[in-house]
Structures are given as structure tokens and as C-alpha cells.
Design a protein around this ligand. Structure first.
Ligand code: NDP
Length: 322
């Protein structure tokens, strides 16, 4: 089978599309014929060595497709089921072995591509605004990179909870997308001082939460946007890692700082099913709009990475076999 592997860390050029042996499912595992793989920013950290891990390695942590075979002691899924999953390595491939207890059955009639596009970013947006800091009606929050994969979903979920959304983006085209998703005020953080804009808009009162996965270039000003007892939710670092923080910073407003990860919010089967179920059902009912904006063949995964890390993408990027 074909897969996209790395044998060393580096830029997109280290990604090799090549023949590798088809894996065999062991105890508790299923072999999935991948119909679509999700591309996520975390794949860039993995490729670049920011997230260290074993080498050689097949990239990708999100996929959807059809169960081809199951190992021993598998309950809950069977051959022929259409499933989606995330947070398991090796999805940039034609087939992947996945622990059966991480697989989610797709709602009847839903295209597998939707599963590959929705699971990781959808459940991330879900835990951020329902669990890390649960948005209350009337809360004002800031969502950075609002036209990105997580960003567009998070804006919609915060609006559904009754929040008021400020969102930052880098271009006018991205601003339009963030607005369409429901953002109340969009700020171009490459030309405007977002902290000053928010201070003015809130008459100095500040925000209940900032959802920041841009990191290095936004962190300090994000903290400055918070109201007393506000939540600084740092969930990524697309612009680079945040330098060590002097904890006295939090004393300015009895602030909370957290660095959450999806794995800790989908650790149990029950929590995984609940979040994935919400996301997939909301998409099926039309309550949540998923924008699959970029589809690349698996053989062009390196190009997908180039575009994602150069800020050229909006919404979701997926790979399909070929
Ligand atoms: P996005 O589609 O949001 O792409 C990243 C966006 O970040 C870009 O489009 C760009 O938007 C913005 N950005 C700002 N500065 C830079 C920079 N210097 N280089 C590149 N991009 C920059 O990606 P994802 O939706 O996949 O992920 C968004 C973030 O969420 C990532 O940091 C990711 O690691 C994190 N994440 C964290 C999870 C967790 O559980 N902790 C789970 C999933 C994702 P613009 O041009 O508008 O600035």
C-alpha cells in the first residue's frame, strides 16, 4: 500500500510517498481502508520534530473509511462498517490499523470525507468551549485564526452557546469567512493592534476567555485582553512556542492559564463518543457548517503541508487516495 512517511524531521521535502507493507490488525484493533485523511497543524509539528516521536513514521492522526478486517477481542465494529477516528498515528496511508475503541461509527449516509474533516478539529472546538472554559450566554471571547480549521468551528459553537465572538485573521478573505461563521467583530491582527481594538470595544472590561493556538506572536496581548478571572486557553503554537511565562502575570487579574490537549478531553470511550456524536450530529442536521476547502491526493501531501504552514488555507484540508 502507499503511505506518506518521514525518516527524518524537517520541511515538507522530507515527506516520502512510497510503498510500505500493509499492517495487520492485532488484538483489539481494526484495519481501516482510508477514504480520506485529515490534515492538521499538529502534523506539521510532527514532521518538523516539534512533537518528537519514533522514526520512520507514517504521518497523519485523523482518518475515515471502511473497516476491512478486525483482530481478536474486537467488539463494537465489524467488517464493512464506515468509521472515523483521530489521535491515532498513521492516517496518511491507504490503510491503517486503529484501536477499535477509538473508532466512531459514521451516521448513516454521511460521506467518510466528512468524518476525516470533522473529528479532530470538531472535537477540539467542542472541548475548548464546552469544557476547558465553558462559554456562558453573554460572555465575550476571542478566537485567534478564526478562518482556520478549528477557528471556523469554534466560532460557530461559541455563538450557539450565546457568546459574543471577537476573532483575528490575517487577510480580508479570511475575515469574510470568520464573519460568515458568526464572528461579531473580526480584527486583522497583521495590520491592527487586536488588544487595543478589544479594549476599546469592551470599554476596558475585557474578555472572559481567549482561545489562542497562534502562540508566540499573540500570547502577551491575549493575556492583556482578559477580564479579571478570565481564562487564557493556549491550545497551540502555529507561530512558534511561547517563551517561559512569569506567573506573576496571572496576578494582574486572578487569571487562569491552561494548555489543553484533545487527548485529555477524549480519554474515555464515553467522552469520545459524546463529543464525536455531538459534532457529527450537528453537521448532519446543518447546525454546524464544515468547510472542506482543500482536497489533495495523498501523493501531494507535502503540498498540503506547504499551504497549511504558509497560511494559505482556510477551513479543512484533507487527503484522498491517489
Ligand atoms: P489552521 O487551519 O488554523 O491553520 C493555522 C492558522 O494559524 C493559519 O491559517 C494562520 O491563520 C494562523 N497563523 C498565525 N500565525 C501563523 C504563523 N506564523 N504560521 C502559520 N500559521 C499562523 O490549523 P488547525 O485548525 O489545524 O490548527 C489550529 C491550531 O490549533 C494549531 O496551532 C494546532 O496545533 C492547534 N490545535 C490544538 C489542539 C489541541 O487539542 N491542543 C487540537 C487541534 C489543533 P491567519 O492567516 O488568519 O493568521
Amino acid at each position: 500500500m502507499k503511505a506518506v512517511q518521514i525518516t527524518q524531521f524537517g520541511g515538507p521535502e522530507v515527506m516520502q510517498y512510497k510503498d510500505v507493507p500493509t499492517p495487520t490488525p492485532g488484538k483489539g484493533e481494526a484495519l481501516v481502508q482510508i477514504q480520506a485523511s485529515g490534515v492538521n497543524y499538529t502534523d506539521i509539528y510532527s514532521r518538523a520534530g516539534v512533537n518528537p516521536g519514533p522514526l520512520p513514521r507514517t504521518l497523519g492522526v485523523e482518518g475515515a473509511g471502511v473497516v476491512m478486517a478486525i483482530g481478536s477481542d474486537v467488539t463494537g465494529v465489524k467488517r464493512g462498517d464506515v468509521v472515523a477516528y483521530c489521535s491515532v498515528g498513521g492516517s496518511y496511508a491507504e490503510q491503517a490499523v486503529v484501536p477499535a475503541n477509538r473508532l466512531i461509527a459514521m451516521p448513516k449516509g454521511m460521506d467518510a470525507k466528512i468524518g476525516a474533516a470533522a473529528m479532530l478539529q470538531g472535537m477540539t472546538a467542542h472541548y475548548l468551549c464546552h469544557s476547558t472554559y465553558r462559554v456562558q450566554r453573554g460572555d465575550k471571547v476571542l478566537i485567534h485564526a478564526g478562518a482556520g480549521g478549528v477557528g471556523l468551528l469554534l466560532i460557530q459553537m461559541v455563538k450557539a452557546l450565546g457568546g459574543y465572538v471577537f476573532s483575528t485573521v490575517s487577510t480580508d478573505a479570511k475575515a469574510k469567512l470568520a464573519q460568515q461563521a458568526g464572528a461579531d467583530q473580526v480584527i486583522n491582527y497583521t495590520t491592527q493592534d487586536f488588544a487595543q481594538e478589544i479594549k476599546t470595544a469592551t470599554k476596558g472590561a475585557g474578555l472572559q476567555a481567549v482561545y489562542d493556538a497562534v502562540g508566540k506572536t499573540t500570547f502577551d496581548k491575549s493575556v492583556a485582553c482578559l477580564a479579571p478571572r478570565g481564562y487564557m486557553v493556549l491550545y497551540g503554537q502555529a507561530s512558534g512556542p511561547v517563551p517561559p511565562v512569569d506567573m506573576r502575570l496571572l496576578g494582574n487579574g486572578s487569571l487562569f492559564l491552561t494548555r489543553p490537549g484533545l487527548g485529555h478531553y477524549t480519554a474515555s470511550r464515553q467522552e469520545l463518543e459524546q463529543r464525536a456524536g455531538d459534532v457529527l450530529n450537528w453537521i448532519q442536521s446543518g447546525k454546524l457548517k464544515l468547510r472542506v476547502e482543500h482536497v489533495f491526493p495523498l501523493s501531494k501531501a507535502a503540498e498540503a503541508h506547504k499551504q497549511l504552514e504558509s497560511r494559505a488555507t482556510t477551513g479543512k484540508v484533507i487527503l484522498v487516495p491517489g
